[in-house]
Design a protein around this ligand. Sequence first.
Ligand SMILES: Nc1ncnc2c1ncn2[C@@H]1O[C@H](COP(=O)(O)OP(=O)(O)O)[C@@H](O)[C@H]1O
Ligand SMILES: [Mg+2]
Length: 269
Amino acid sequence: MASSMAGTIEGHPLITAERGSRPLVRAEALRKVFRSATTEVVALGGISLAADAGEMIALIGPSGSGKSTLLHLLAALDTPTSGTVYFAGNSLAEFAENELVEFRSREVGFIWQRHQLLADFTAAENVAMPLLIRGNASGEALDTAHAWLDEVGLLGRAKHRTGELSGGEQQRVAIARALVTRPKLLLADEPTGDLDERNTESIFELMQRLHRSHRLTSILATHNSSLAQRADRVLALEHGLLMPDDAKIAHRASGCGATRESTAPEGRG
Ligand SMILES: Nc1ncnc2c1ncn2[C@@H]1O[C@H](COP(=O)(O)OP(=O)(O)O)[C@@H](O)[C@H]1O
Ligand SMILES: [Mg+2]
């Protein structure tokens, strides 16, 4: 892959973190309240966590527990009501708007449950889109997109419109699109939630393989507890709060993954 990815983006000056700096992402006392004229929903009640570079973390919890909200805050797609997200030791709250745009486009890959592909564009065009938006030349962007489609096993579908692809294939395109800018952090919001068992397994295996080969830090929200057990660590959300480790009985009983603190002690940043 390394050779086929030659010609993709160079390092950039904004954030100087090397892959391997730990933790890559840290959240401190994150709180998110959604307010309307009449209601107030506390989506996150003040949570702290740290993800070391290279870790794959599974984020579990019932619907409405705050998984998507947390991922959006980590990706700077939304801002916390209070609390701070640090990326490579830098507080996102200190970033200027243009730096946030850079952060979202270069440092984070995001995969949604319903892939959010452009159905009328080809698989290659969808994957190239983040590079085109960033101003890369189209020939170069498409070459890079093809290399990524090859890596996710879909080169043969490069010229197909994504609306014509199966659910599993669409999710492979979405994964390629999320990684085409070579982010360090991969966030996935129930990426297999709409897939059958066979596709769930192959998409998860693909994500694990890419996680390792590209030395990503990955946080994956999932309802699927057997998938979660295959991550390095499980964080369980309930009513916007992280559950202590001893609440994660299923995970512990499996003997899989490290059982480490889910909150970030001072000094890990
Ligand atoms: N944009 C929003 N406006 C109002 N409430 C929201 C919004 N987004 C999420 N919520 C609420 O915040 C809580 C957590 O939602 P979410 O993060 O989507 O949970 P999950 O992804 O675990 O299902 C839920 O009660 C949800 O209704
Ligand atoms: Mg969600």
